[in-house]
Design a protein around this ligand. Structure first.
Ligand SMILES: [Cu+2]
Length: 275
């Protein structure tokens, strides 16, 4: 019933190209759906113009020197070795440019690294090679599940290859979601391009990131730290839904996932279970 509601909601709002997943011949970032992602987009585009201007200026200087001061045009070269004014200018101007870059850069870092009060907390654990998620809560409320990539021959219509997972992370729209990230084995990285987040999953260490998705829909990311043989096959799928749909999913998920072992599944126990 709930799955049906979700499916019809997804049909009613077809995802824009580049929203939540890469699109063919995509040149820019995926459409940002959080404040942090929008800031990254803006900062990246601004830097591109700035660096473009610097490159063109240096190119113009080079061409000028090559034309004006080559052996033919300037047979007796000047013996000048110092020019205080020029030396001050070519030190101060780059410093000013770096300061101009540093101000928005530090503001962005603060926005990313200082999470606001969380409405939802999720713990994501990287495994070789899948992610498991825990929704912590009071006694009887917390649950854990694994999210494995859907193999290509089992994809349902609308599921992108190498990105869809069998279980999806579900979060409410316009709520602050705190993601605690760690790993059970090697270093992975939890990344979601449209949310502008990427954080390492390090064994024995709890890293944090956060997002506040402003648009309902399906969003896909991938492990972004080369972690071994199946690095390319441990995607991250997050479904952003309305608050009512989230509440309904929580009830359903508590029942569905409580039936399974709540501890994170290890590679060894999976192999045993598969036998
Ligand atoms: Cu990985």
């Amino acid at each position: 019933m709930f799955a049906l509601t979700l499916a019809s909601a997804a049909l009613a709002q077809p995802a824009l190209a580049g929203t939540g997943q890469p699109s063919p011949w995509q040149m820019t970032f995926q459409t940002p759906v959080t404040e942090v992602a929008r800031y990254i987009d803006w900062f990246h585009n601004g830097l591109l113009w700035l660096i473009g201007a610097v490159v063109l200026f240096v190119l113009a200087l080079l061409i000028y020197v090559m034309v004006r001061f080559n052996e033919k045009a300037n047979p007796t070269p000047s013996k000048t070795t110092h020019n205080t004014l020029i030396e001050v200018v070519w030190t101060v101007v780059p410093v000013l440019i770096l300061i101009v870059i540093a101000v928005p850069s530090f503001r962005l870092l603060k926005l990313q690294l200082v999470p606001p009060q969380a409405d939802v907390v999720i713990k994501a654990t990287g495994h070789a090679w899948y992610w498991s998620y825990e929704y912590p809560g009071n006694e009887g409320e917390s649950f854990t599940f694994d999210a494995n990539m859907v193999p290509e021959d089992q994809l349902k219509p609308g599921q992108p290859r190498l990105l869809a997972t069998d279980n999806e992370v579900v979060v409410p729209v316009n709520k602050n979601v705190l993601v605690q990230v760690t790993s059970a084995d090697v270093i992975h990285a939890f990344a979601m391009p449209s949310f502008g987040i990427k954080v390492d999953a390090v064994p024995g260490r709890l890293n944090e990131t956060w997002f506040r998705a402003e648009q309902e829909g399906m969003y896909y990311g991938q492990c972004s730290e080369l972690c071994g043989q199946n690095h390319a096959f441990m995607p991250i799928a997050i479904r952003v839904v309305s608050e009512e749909q989230y509440a309904a999913w929580l009830v359903e998920a508590r029942q569905r996932f409580a039936a399974t072992d709540a501890r994170p599944v290890t590679v060894a126990s999976r192999a045993l279970a598969a036998e």
